[in-house]
Design a protein around this ligand. Sequence first.
Ligand SMILES: Nc1ncnc2c1ncn2[C@@H]1O[C@H](COP(=O)(O)OP(=O)(O)OP(=O)(O)O)[C@@H](O)[C@H]1O
Ligand SMILES: [Mg+2]
Length: 227
Amino acid sequence: MTSLIKMQQVGKQFGASQQRQTVLNHIDLVIEDGQSVALTGASGSGKSTLLSLIGLLDDISTGEYFLRDTQVNSLSRQQKSVIRNRHIGWIFQNFNLISSMSVIGNVIQPMRYHPDIDKKDYQARAMAMLDQVGMADKALSQPATLSGGEQQRVAIARALINRPSLILADEPTGNLDSENSQRVMDLLSSMSESGGTLILVTHDPLVAKICQRRLTILDGRIIDDVY
Ligand SMILES: Nc1ncnc2c1ncn2[C@@H]1O[C@H](COP(=O)(O)OP(=O)(O)OP(=O)(O)O)[C@@H](O)[C@H]1O
Ligand SMILES: [Mg+2]
């Protein structure tokens, strides 16, 4: 079977000609289905940039990127957004919930872009997912009334609702205390143990430890890759 992610000599640059800054360089990376990978490295080393390339939020500047068998660099914006909505779940440090929607509204949102999920199933499916993360009793609350840990659990429910094959988490515990971090790690671990592929950026060695594989980035290059 082909690898889920394959990057060959990928580079990323920002800015116009004179101020052009190289942020990632010569990235060769293969990630198989079901792997859990922690990305670590100093601030500014390029971790979030690499995650945004993997998750199709941004385009590579050089090299080649294959997601499954698809050469991603040649896809249209529209094709990329279809892949993002159906196959990739994102979790961010600052939760990024939509503040004008209720908790359940946030969890339902991604299903609206998934053509194979029947509208009449939205509610039940969202409630089942909220139950899994221990947030069913807050389904009708507004995100702003929740604690950070609760918001992150809702964000995880939202990320998992379309059963994505790939979960990308950028410092998912960065704004949480140790108890809430533990809960979020438990959810991510069980998701990855049930066969999902997880790539997470973290500064916290305890969080990195839940992953089978650890990649270290320094100045835009992968300098260490440990299983
Ligand atoms: N959109 C952008 N335009 C210009 N430069 C950018 C952009 N995004 C990131 N950079 C630069 O790329 C470098 C790497 O940024 P990145 O956010 O990937 O680092 P990071 O490893 O995630 O750091 P942190 O741990 O602080 O989150 C930084 O020097 C940053 O200024
Ligand atoms: Mg970052």
